[in-house]
Design a protein around this ligand. Structure first.
Ligand code: ZN
Length: 257
């Protein structure tokens, strides 16, 4: 028999897409079910049932039903847990939250629960409520997301000769090889950018650091540029495209300091 089973799940809205005249297709990341999509019938019209709940990065609780794991869920009801008004009141924070959401969406396969990924998103949205957007927060989010989703770059040692990272040395990051090489093993082309042991060590530190300690880490400009070069280069390589929301965030941060 084909019975629709009802479930309750709490999580974050990744995106919503208008479907037809009155429906919305919602993509959502929940603790219990991982990434999933559902249709909210009449959501564009029914302000009462679905008042603004489907905005990106809202934390919501919903009841949905579906025939099987592979079919689109039917959203039956939905309520907001946290709309993150403090983040939405600040353009930079809104763009940072949108970047976190876009990365989570890009790195999470449909239907695979990952408690750590859910916690990462929750922790970093809470961080944005309390703290200003910083290079540290953006890079540490990327580093942790890559680790949790199984794409952690190898930064502890040279991927060719296996020599551990040593202070004062210079390294090159090769996205194709998934990690760094020491200067002796590298054959840098003219456009390859060297990165310092300091940048590499900061990212390794950020991977495991307690959230509370994070606010004490400030990256000098050179370190921020090198860390960005490593992680953004790698993310672009893995996804095969640039992440749009990061570009917008960086433009805004550059012009509205
Ligand atoms: Zn080497």
């Amino acid at each position: 028999m084909n019975v629709r089973k009802s479930h309750r799940a709490a999580g974050f809205v990744l995106k919503s897409l208008a479907y037809g005249e009155s429906d919305l297709i919602i993509t959502f990341y929940s603790r219990e079910f991982g990434k999933m999509s559902g249709i909210a019938k009449g959501a564009k019209r029914s302000k009462k049932r679905f008042a603004n709940v489907f905005e990106p990065f809202s934390q919501i609780s919903m009841i949905f039903s579906r025939k099987s794991r592979d079919t689109l869920a039917l959203v039956e009801s939905c309520e907001i847990i946290d709309h993150y008004a403090d983040i939405r009141a600040d353009l930079e924070k809104t763009l940072a939250a949108s970047y976190f959401i876009e990365l989570t969406d890009a790195f999470s396969p449909e239907g695979k629960a990952n408690e750590r990924l859910f916690a990462l998103l929750a922790d970093f949205l809470d961080w944005l409520v309390r703290e200003k957007v910083s290079d540290t927060a953006i890079r540490f989010f990327e580093m942790r997301l890559l680790q949790i989703s199984g794409f952690e770059p190898a930064l502890g040692a040279c991927v060719r000769c296996r020599k551990p990272v040593a202070n004062g040395e210079v390294y090159y990051f090769y996205p194709k090889e998934g990690g760094i090489t020491c200067a002796a093993c590298a054959r840098p082309e003219r456009y390859d950018q060297a990165v310092s042991a300091g940048a590499v060590r900061t990212l390794l530190l950020g991977r495991d650091m307690d959230m509370e300690k994070m606010k004490r880490v400030s990256m000098p400009e050179s370190l921020a540029a090198e860390s960005r070069c490593i992680l953004c280069g790698f993310i672009t390589y893995v996804l095969g495209k640039e992440v749009k929301s990061l570009k917008v965030l960086e433009q805004v941060r550059r012009y509205c300091p």
